[in-house]
Design a protein around this ligand. Structure first.
Ligand code: HEM
Length: 402
């Protein structure tokens, strides 16, 4: 295939998990690559680890702002917009990031740990033994969504609403049979109504440790518009939902695909600490982030023009042999397991990384305390998206003990 014909926005590459050899070719032969006729328009692909970090270190030229297109390869759809700080540049970005930062402080996470362990215990103890079931539906989805319900401090019974809103926020026309813009808008406005009521209740109470209370009481966010409030909620809900859900699924799949690593883990559960970041690297649940050039710039020997779309392919950077040893192997005892790009880098680096890793750690501690093995008994169904790298289902079975 001529290099010019490679189009990494093609969703089938992710649905069938066949993207890796194309990325390797781009890293080796055209690390800053132009695709003139992508599914969502022309774009540059940045595929090497060091180049991705260099772009992220230069937000003055490489913008995340929704005004110029935002953070995904597909431009933010016109009309109904929900501004969020992941899609803002300095100086506005730092103000809003600062307002929710206390939520992710270690002290607050320690408070969440106890409640999270209770959730995980409840979910695992309800699983069927000796029968095939869907790991995505019964475990990954539940753990991720219950954690969000705790962070937002909403009733347990409302967690299915949270799940529906999160799905709607990321539903794009990439997915066949997706919602119309009007349907999407109606559901998201319903979500805004729900959280506006919560805001009114929490602002009338003294400050607490949940996210709504933090946003309502912080002077930096107190006066934000309803759409900004909705946008920031969506960022936290989506940011914390698909990413952890797909890492939870990926982890079980990788251990089954690498039985020697699974055995090693059983013999030494202390390896959970290094396995968790390795799962996140190997999964890379967000395949890319996008930037838009604010001015002409020469980068990697190529002329990028003002207004060009620049895609940072984390999924490729995390397999770059120039930065990571044996990048295609899943190794649960790596010496530097955190040296990966799955959380991005620079001013927008993920805020929820410690929270995500805590969820995976607790889940694996509780799994190993119960069962020596959970078997994957069929092929995973993957998500047809070049943005969210994840799974729709994964059939598994917990063998009955003899
Ligand atoms: C495995 C789990 C996760 C992965 C792989 C992940 C990945 C990412 C990535 C790639 C970015 C953008 C970085 C950039 O542009 O440089 C990001 C930003 C963000 N993430 Fe995560 N994320 C995860 C979990 C979470 C969780 C659990 C939360 C919160 C509940 C969260 C909240 C955020 C927020 C608020 C931002 C925006 C930061 C900013 O713009 O300053 N993430 N994440």
């Amino acid at each position: 295939m001529p290099l010019a014909a490679i189009d990494m926005s093609e969703t089938d590459l992710y649905l069938n998990d066949t993207q890796a050899p194309y990325f390797k070719r781009l890293r080796d032969e055209a690390p800053v690559h132009y695709c003139p006729n992508g599914r969502f328009g022309a774009f540059w692909s940045i595929t090497r680890y060091a180049d991705i970090r260099a772009v992220e270190a230069n937000p003055a030229v490489f913008s995340s702002d929704a005004l110029f297109g935002g953070i995904t390869i597909r431009d933010q759809p016109p009309g109904f917009t929900t501004p969020m700080f992941i899609a803002m540049d300095p100086p506005g970005h730092a103000v809003q990031r600062g307002a929710v930062a206390p939520m992710f402080a270690r002290k607050n996470l320690d408070l969440l740990e106890v409640r999270l362990r209770e959730c995980v215990t409840r979910i695992l103890d309800a699983l069927p033994i000796g029968e095939t079931f869907d790991w995505v539906d019964q475990v990954s989805r539940e753990v991720a969504i219950q954690m969000l319900a705790i962070m937002l401090d909403i009733p347990f019974a409302d967690r299915s609403k949270l799940s529906a809103w999160s799905d709607m926020a990321v539903a794009v026309d990439e997915q066949a049979g997706g919602p119309s813009p009007a349907e999407r808008q109606a559901v998201l406005l319903q979500c805004l109504g729900y959280f506006t009521d919560l805001w009114k209740t929490r602002i009338a109470l003294p400050p607490r440790h949940d996210l709504i209370s933090m946003l309502a009481h912080n002077p930096a966010t107190q006066g934000m518009s309803p759409m900004t409030y909705l946008g920031n909620l969506m960022l936290l809900i989506v940011g914390g939902n698909d990413t952890t859900r797909n890492s939870i699924t990926g982890g079980l799949l990788f251990l089954n695909d690498n039985p020697a690593q699974y055995r090693k883990l059983r013999h030494d559960p202390g390896l959970i600490g290094t396995m968790v970041p390795e799962i996140i690297r190997y999964q890379t649940p967000l395949a890319h982030m996008r930037r838009t050039a604010r001015s002409d710039i020469m980068f990697g020997g190529e002329q990028i023009r003002k207004g060009d779309r620049v895609i940072l392919w984390y999924v490729s950077g995390n397999r770059d042999e120039r930065a990571i040893e044996q990048p295609d192997s899943f190794l649960i005892d790596r010496v530097k397991p955190n040296q990966h790009l799955a959380y991005g880098s620079g001013i927008h680096v993920c805020m929820g990384s410690r929270l995500a890793e805590m969820q995976l750690r607790i889940l694996w501690e509780e799994i190993l305390a119960r069962w020596p093995l959970i078997e994957v008994v069929g092929a995973p169904a993957r998500v047809p998206s070049s943005f969210i790298r994840g799974y729709q289902s994964l059939p598994v079975r917990i063998p009955a003990r003899s």
